[in-house]
Structures are given as structure tokens and as C-alpha cells.
Design a protein around this ligand. Structure first.
Ligand SMILES: [Zn+2]
Length: 448
């Protein structure tokens, strides 16, 4: 009930008259670059020895880089809806791929639009299609770039990074042609290195793998895909930089979640809350406004919306649940090392014609709570409980508790909140997936 009340309040806020249109001289263009399935520790700036991400590293070192950032759910549609709304998945409603977000939600692009921004989104993932995700109306322009072949014909509709650049830059150029105009918010979501991994032969030398080796591992392919998308991102940054001065452009880099590359016997993402799928690269670069720094305290993907709004000098709306880091950047607040962070995992995708409440109930797999380096994970489906000390045991190999011991009161509260949202889901749009959708989601590994 409280949750519904809050959403009603959000609507009231959104219906208030819009402030005067922003002056282009005052507000920067905002470029949000997100990369699907990119785990932090496969990038140079997060300690990887291979040269997978030189261009992104160069971007991150010139701004605030979050060393300890996590997604809130390691699945594409839920995580990116959380990025845009600054809400946990059970509150925005898209807890699984194929489940649409709650109608009329407030979000970062809507707030920016009210402050004079022209907003555009270019997404290359099937899971973010309007009919499956329902976030197009948060933007002035929402484009699904799904028109060219990828994965050697296995799936024909996912975009390459090159396709996305072309579409996004066409739109960006149109917006800023003819001199001073409205500030632009441009979000581009790249699909590489999502599975099935493609071998990017042109980048094998760069990452230090032999191009003559015919037994390329999935791990090598994964790295080569990062190097490919890194190169394409450098082209996007250069093209944007050629059209808008660097100090006039705020750039966010982030991934929606990581990828388990065999850890705990698991390949993929979505089903567990171990670090390889939670820990993400995240940073904000705005020359002359955000000093270069490494943020060590825990951060979340839901922090981006309030932080961007805070950096622009706009009052951060109450409905954003993430943390506004802009105060830390200007020295007005200290890094909150004692912060508690909460997580949830659901089954990958819903089926074609399943009952609305049922797909939400049976979808919840795990919840977790992280405080002071201790991560408690509850496997909801079998009651298995584990607690890991991420400082002494970063690989999460030795649980500090027996598996069937009672869940902590704090994690139980979080579980109850997530479950309560399932019961209140009767006002959400039901899933509607065609055979074509099912085929695409199966190819992405989201359906059993
Ligand atoms: Zn994803």
C-alpha cells in the first residue's frame, strides 16, 4: 500500500508545471554509455592484465570512477530500468526480462525532459524492446536498433556496436545542428559482450591472445568482444567530442551487470548473486566539474540518476532511492563506507502466456544484503543461506554459516518487501511475448 501511495505522489510531482527550459550555456549534454554483461574485473581500470578496454579506461581515469559499484539485479531489463528510475526491480515492476515496468513511473529522462533536455535512447538488446519493457515513453526518442545480423546468423536482430553508433550519432547530430539548442541526453546501450560470445579476430593481438590459436576459449572470446566494443565506444566519444566541447559534455560509463565465467560452476548471469555478476564498472566524467578520483565506498547502479541530477544543480526528487554522490564530489559529504546495499535475482525471462502474479512469484531466486564487507545470500527456492566475507574471501568460496541456519532479521525484512511487491502486482501490464520474442530470448540464454 505504501508503495502504491508513493507512486501516486510521484505522479503528482510529475504533473507540476515544468520549470523554464534550460539554458544551453548552463547545462551540459549528457551521454550515458552502457555495455551489457561487462564484469568489472575484465577491464584494465579494474585491475585486469589484458588490454581489453584502453579507451574506456582513459575515459574513467579523467573522472570519478566507482571501484566498488554493483548492479541491483544481474539481469538486463531489471537492471537498466533501475538505472533509469533509481528504484529496485520489485518497485518498478520489471523483475524479469519480458515483464514491463509499471506505467507512469518517474525517471531520470523524465526529470531531465522537464528541465529542458532533449532525450534519446538507442538500445541494441532484444530484452529492451518497447513491447517487452515499456520504457519508450520516458524518452523523446526511443530507438530499438535490431536490424542487422549478429552472431553469424544465429540471431538476426541484435545490433552491433557499429549499428548503434550510426543510429545514435545521426540523431545526436540532428539535435545539435545549427548551434545552441536544447541540451541533449543520449543513452546508448551496447550488446557486446553478451553471450553467445563472438570471436573478434581483429582484437586478439591487442588482448594478447594468439590469432593462430584455433582453440579459443569462451573467456578469450569474451575478452575480444570487450576490446571490440571499447574500440566502437572510442569512435562514439570522438564523434560526440567533435561536435560538442568536452567540458560541455558529461559522460557516464556503466554496465548493467557482470558475467559468471565458470565461477561456482556457472556460466551466465541472472540466477545467482555472486560478485562476478554483481560487480560492475561505473564512472562519471565531466572535465572541469568532476575532479578525477576513485570512489572506494559501495555504490549502486541506482545512484546514477540522483547523482546526475545533483551534478546539474537540480533538486534530487524524493522518488529516487539511490544515493546522490554529487555532494561527495564537491567535498560536501564523505564517502559512506558503512552503507548497506540490497540485491535480488530472478529467473531470466517469462514465457509466452503465463499468469501475471505466478511469473513474479515463481521467478524470485535469491535475495542478498551486503554490509561492511559481509554478504548474506538467501536462496529463496531452497532456504540455503550463506554469508561471505568479501575482504578475506573475495571469491566467495567459504560460507561463514551453516546453510540451513535462520536468515538474519535484516535480510528477512528485505525478502518480505520484495515478496510484498509481487502480491501488489495486479495493476502491472501482463507479459505479451510472441514466438519471435521467445526465440530471441532463448538464443540469449534466458529461457530453459
Ligand atoms: Zn544485460
Amino acid at each position: 500500500m505504501l508503495s502504491k501511495l508513493r507512486h501516486l505522489l510521484c505522479l503528482v510531482v510529475l504533473l507540476l508545471p515544468a520549470p523554464a527550459v534550460a539554458d544551453r550555456d548552463q547545462q551540459p549534454h549528457i551521454l550515458v554509455i552502457s555495455v551489457d554483461t561487462l564484469r568489472a574485473d575484465r577491464m584494465g581500470s579494474y585491475g585486469y592484465s589484458r588490454k581489453t578496454s584502453p579507451h574506456i579506461d582513459d575515459l574513467l581515469v579523467r573522472g570519478a570512477r566507482f571501484a566498488d559499484a554493483r548492479t541491483v539485479e544481474p539481469l538486463t531489463a531489471p537492471a537498466l530500468a533501475s538505472m533509469l528510475t533509481s528504484l529496485p526491480p520489485h518497485e518498478h515492476g520489471s523483475t524479469r526480462n519480458g515483464l514491463r515496468v509499471r506505467p507512469e513511473l518517474p525517471s531520470l529522462p523524465k526529470v531531465l525532459r522537464r528541465h529542458g533536455y532533449e532525450t534519446g535512447a538507442f538500445v541494441g538488446s532484444w530484452t529492451l524492446r518497447e513491447k517487452l519493457w515499456a520504457m519508450a515513453d520516458h524518452f523523446d526518442h526511443f530507438e530499438e536498433v535490431l536490424n542487422k545480423a549478429r552472431w553469424l546468423g544465429m540471431v538476426k536482430r541484435e545490433a552491433t556496436a557499429e549499428d548503434l553508433n550510426e543510429a545514435a550519432l545521426d540523431w545526436f547530430s540532428e539535435q545539435i545542428e545549427g548551434g545552441p539548442s536544447r541540451p541533449v541526453f543520449l543513452w546508448v546501450h551496447y550488446v557486446e559482450p553478451h553471450a553467445p560470445y563472438v570471436l573478434q579476430r581483429d582484437f586478439m593481438n591487442q588482448i594478447g591472445a594468439s590469432p593462430d590459436d584455433n582453440t579459443y576459449s569462451d573467456s578469450n572470446k569474451y575478452d575480444s568482444e570487450i576490446a571490440y566494443v571499447d574500440f566502437q565506444i572510442s569512435k562514439l566519444l570522438k564523434a560526440v567530442g567533435d561536435q560538442a566541447p568536452k567540458e560541455d559534455t558529461l559522460v557516464v560509463f556503466v554496465s548493467d551487470h557482470g558475467e559468471s565465467l565458470g565461477e561456482h560452476g556457472y556460466w551466465g548471469h541472472g540466477r545467482h548473486l555472486y560478485e562476478p555478476t554483481l560487480h560492475i564498472p561505473m564512472g562519471i566524467t565531466w572535465p572541469g566539474h568532476v575532479e578525477p578520483r576513485v570512489v572506494e565506498a559501495p555504490a549502486l547502479i541506482i545512484d546514477l540518476a540522483p547523482t546526475l541530477v545533483g551534478l546539474l544543480g537540480i533538486e534530487v526528487p524524493d522518488f529516487f532511492q539511490g544515493m546522490d554522490w554529487s555532494k561527495v564530489f564537491v567535498g560536501a559529504a564523505r564517502e559512506p563506507h558503512e552503507r548497506v546495499t540490497l540485491y535480488q535475482a530472478h529467473r531470466g525471462s517469462v514465457g509466452a502466456k503465463e499468469d501475471q502474479t505466478r511469473v513474479r512469484e515463481k521467478g524470485l531466486l535469491e535475495v542478498a544484503r551486503l554490509e561492511d564487507g559481509k554478504k548474506e545470500i538467501l536462496r529463496v527456492t531452497n532456504g540455503r543461506r550463506r554469508v561471505f566475507d568479501l575482504v578475506s574471501d573475495p571469491a566467495e568460496m567459504e560460507s561463514l554459516v551453516l546453510e540451513q541456519t535462520e536468515v538474519s532479521a535484516d535480510l528477512q525484512i528485505w525478502l518480505d518487501r520484495v515478496m510484498a511487491a509481487v502480491i501488489l502486482a495486479d495493476d502491472l501490464p501482463p507479459p505479451s511475448l510472441s514466438d519471435e520474442d521467445m526465440e530471441a530470448l532463448r538464443a540469449l540464454g534466458y529461457l530453459e
